[in-house]
Design a protein around this ligand. Sequence first.
Ligand code: F0G
Length: 437
Amino acid sequence: MSNKPLTWLSCVQCGKVYGRNERIYACPDCGGLLDVTHDLAALRQRGVSLELFDQRLGGFERWERSGVWRFHELVAPEIPTTDLVTRGEGNTTLYDVVGDLASYVGHQRLQLKHEGENPTGSFKDRGMATGTTQAKHLGARAVICASTGNTSASMASFARLSGLIGIVAFPAGKVALGKVAQAVAYGAICVEVRGDFDQAQRLVLQAAEELPVYVLNSVNPYRLEGQKTIMFEMLQQRRWHVPDWVVVPGGNLGNSSSFGKAFQELYEMGLIDRKPRIAIVQAEGASPLYRSYQENFAPLKPMKAETIATAIRIGNPTNFAKAVRALKSTDGLVVQVSDQAIMDAKAKIDAAGIGCEPASAASVAGVKVLIENGYILPQQEVVAVLTGHLLKDPTNVIEYHSGSLANIYPTFANRIQQIDADLKQLAFIIGESPTLS
Ligand code: F0G
């Protein structure tokens, strides 16, 4: 067997190549983003196949049962399986959308990949499985991230699990309750930055230059290797049958970038014969990618971001260049949706018994827009990604249904009714319910 590496880092801008264990987050030469690049031909020669991944579904090893590490060879082939950090992440449900939710969206061939079913309630667990594995591999002691909430919740958990110190930086007052609670509970050093996410992100990158900390934001390309597996697993659940569209919310643009890479790799290896089109959905008040897309991919103009979906309240997305690459390589597109559309779609997803946090509902609101405007055709198969769990943001749920959210109309409110401990009053409420009459 040759000693040629299977994995290295390469700059997406200038193509320069670096060793896989260099502790860098950008190309030292030109400042471009870095990819984790694998020797796909060599991996194919070593027997990587869809059958191999399918066999592992019946495996007993902890790493085989992880929805990330089941795809070990396409994620971190040079790390021994004994060194993989895992909480059994992934293995999330792919729901068929039926009934009232299908009617609301206006499409009968929609599936929802619910990444909120991960151990800490968001897709970030996939990227943290790989990120903390790499951190341990490099001998790091402390890991750090800026976060709108989910990254910090996930990193705090994976750091503790793998014996690392976790340090999280939030935008003060702009993180949903469930997420702050998790980071605190999992024992991370928690810092509220007086500023927005983009400022917190800049601070963390400065810290990486001065302090002995390893950054686990999605600027770290090892994070994206884990997030690729959302798409590997989705395809596996569909018996490797490629959908026509994949729809995903876009904030810092790590997920969408990783999806593009996942499809490109499978395609180059001949494991799939076509790629789905990727549609990225942004909130109207946090839509720098949408604005660039509207002007034929004009250079990124950072903006001051504002949206009820705090997870995607990002005006200067780190992975802009990679997301543009993903869109170009899949003939993708970008749409924006209002906060009202996000909260109404969320109420419908919740009431279908599935549930998600506001940012996740952007994907479904986006599907609705794409259908109404004729981009998605009735016969086309669509997979939308739900990125986070309903309980991440309980405040917005209660305020929507009680009609107390500023500038949002509670279109599908399910109001709580208070009564005395009196059977007549209870009977009256039940009698009033259209679902029982
Ligand atoms: N949905 C949820 C629930 C998120 O938490 C995030 C990002 C996104 C969508 C956007 O994903 O950045 O890959 O485009 N949350 C990050 C965080 C920024 O800090 O938790 P993206």
